[in-house]
Design a protein around this ligand. Structure first.
Ligand SMILES: Cc1ncc(COP(=O)(O)O)c(C=O)c1O
Length: 361
């Protein structure tokens, strides 16, 4: 079929293996998934109740303008409602940004080890993708990102904290980056893991929004809010940019249950606090456990820990799969000898400990 040749340059996204697939293939039950940085506590019960109310209205299209959620988010973040856009997951927003800002004469800059959707978005529209070298600790390096920026750079995508490494850029680095980037280059700070940060020198891009119209901050309901299955995230930025993005967003892209669940999730502060307590409590245990089994971990500000494995990472993934635990080998993210493991519940982490003992000794 004659087609858009840019598509041939896209490496298809490789998602974490679904629980149902592993149970089907290996005949297992009670499989534990620690592969996609989902919330092991599940969604807020309030969000589930709210989404349930939407089910009987399934014959009607949802509110395409997401009136209530947009205003709730605007109030929460102290920005006007026209600075907010809701997406079918935050990853939809990266695609919309590419449609609006990129073209075959433009380029987008990313760092070496980062969330793969930025590359998919840039390649889809035929833009050049510039990959800046990572820092020695594998995280983003502002100098290298800036060196890749030129007059044709329309977007710099930065996940902060970063997936798959778990590293972050602190206040001085973010300030330096925003000061140095040309005013007609958009900096996208993807803060999907914002809620799991406890580093004192971390800063959210929200602090800079008023000062830099060439900044967009994205957040998601998929991680700390436990709503990954509903596909809902949002972006905050200059109203002029938001208007452009709204032009290419397909109408009704976010479902009614997702909108209601997100509104309720924002109000359930206890669920968010419980999620954060879990991650802050278990993350160091998980890192210690991995270290005990000779997996050399990287410091993480996400709800996951990444490390270099003492045996081929694919073998570790497959052996743990046989024990009913799904982790994420990172070859597709450019780290063939690393794995990424989501922070689970204490009993899930104990099951992981037992399995690691059996596989790695
Ligand atoms: C850094 C980063 N950004 C964005 C996303 C996508 O989130 P969403 O589910 O909102 O599309 C992920 C999901 O894994 C992520 O790791």
């Amino acid at each position: 079929m004659p087609h858009n040749g840019n598509i041939d340059t896209i490496q298809p996204y490789q998602p974490g293996k679904p629980i149902e697939e592993v149970e089907r293939e290996l005949g297992l039950h009670s499989v534990i998934k620690l592969a996609s940085n989902e919330n092991p506590l599940g969604p807020s019960p309030e969000a589930v109740r709210a989404a349930g109310k939407a089910l009987s209205r399934a014959a009607l299209y949802p509110d395409s303008a997401a009136y209530t959620l947009t205003r709730k988010l605007a109030a929460k973040h102290g920005v006007p409602p026209d600075s907010v856009i809701i997406g079918t997951g935050s990853d939809q927003l990266f695609m919309l940004l590419a449609l609006v800002l990129l073209n075959p004469q433009a380029n987008a800059v990313i760092s070496e080890f980062t969330f793969p959707t930025y590359a998919i978005a840039a390649h889809s529209v035929g833009a050049e993708l510039r990959v800046a070298k990572a820092a020695p600790g594998l995280g983003h390096e502002v100098d290298h990102l800036l060196a890749a920026v030129d007059s044709a750079t329309r977007i710099v995508f930065i996940d902060n904290p970063n997936n798959p490494v778990g590293s972050y850029l602190g206040r001085p680095a973010i300030t330096r980056l925003l000061e140095a980037v040309p005013r007609d280059t958009l900096v996208v700070l993807d803060e999907a893991y914002y809620e799991f940060v406890d580093a004192p020198d971390y800063v959210s891009g929200l602090e800079y929004l008023g000062r830099y119209p060439n900044l967009m901050v994205t957040r998601t309901f998929s991680k700390a809010y436990g709503l990954a299955g509903f596909r809902i995230g949002y972006g905050l930025g200059d109203p002029a940019l938001i208007r452009l993005l709204q032009r290419v967003r397909l109408p009704f892209s976010v479902s009614h249950p997702a909108l209601l669940a997100a509104e309720a999730a924002l109000d359930d502060e206890a669920h968010l606090a419980q999620t954060r307590r879990l991650v802050f409590g278990e993350r160091p245990h998980l890192a210690r456990l991995l270290e005990q089994h000779r997996i050399r971990t990287l410091p993480s500000q996400g709800n996951f820990v990444t490390g270099q494995t003492p045996i081929p990472s694919r073998s570790l993934f497959e052996e743990l799969l046989k024990a009913g635990i799904i982790i994420r080998p990172l070859a597709a993210m450019g780290l063939p000898d690393h794995v990424r493991i989501t922070v689970g519940l204490p009993d899930q982490n104990q099951a992981l400990a037992k399995a690691l003992e059996a596989v790695l000794g």
